[in-house]
Design a protein around this ligand. Sequence first.
Ligand SMILES: [Mg+2]
Length: 247
Amino acid sequence: MPGRGAVRAVIFDWGGTLTPWRAVDLREQWRAFAAELHADDPAVAEELARQILAAESRAWQRSREQHRSARLEDVLAEAGVDLAHAGLPAARAAYERFWEPHTRTDPVVRPLWERLHADGVRIGVLSNTLWSREYHRALFDRDGLLGLLDGDVYSSEIAWAKPHAAAFRAAAAAVGVPPDSCVYVGDRLYEDVHGPQQAGMRAVWVPHSDLPAEQRVEVDVEPDAVVESLAELTGVLRRWGTPTTAR
Ligand SMILES: [Mg+2]
């Protein structure tokens, strides 16, 4: 691409990008959680699940409209959950069991990341998430990817969420590469294309996620590239130039 330097880092979105998109019934995650806290009273459990889902929806709305981040603990507290409750670890475990099948990394990622490293490209992750760094890193470790990751930023650990430019600047700093030499890859036009472009990055869109209407923010943007599969990414990067192919 004229006027742009070689790609020295690729930073990935997580849900719907590194993990294939799944339509998840979000009420069920909190039913699993609340059933552990109130095993003796299904009606109380059901009402708590409803309250937590509402608090979570408000947190994601603040993320879309004000680009503010949130943590799982903030959502639970807003819903009135006692964070010192003795049953909380079991409830968290039930919640994580609910999510486990949806957290598996796409099998194309490991060979892709090995290829990127061979091309001299650093690898990052920037995710809008309520979950902690420790939890996300345990998932990457489970899938054999943690050792390939050069830098990772989770919105839960900073004040801002995508598409705020500060989130992208934090991710660029984490991989040690200036934004104009970074490419961002994600499945949402507002958060993952508009956001990184505003921060000076190139943006690659993976258009396969069937996002619910209420999660979509209409925006007029043109991705720098569109890939039908992450496996196509190496071809795009070689056209733009990487440290091993740049003249
Ligand atoms: Mg995503």
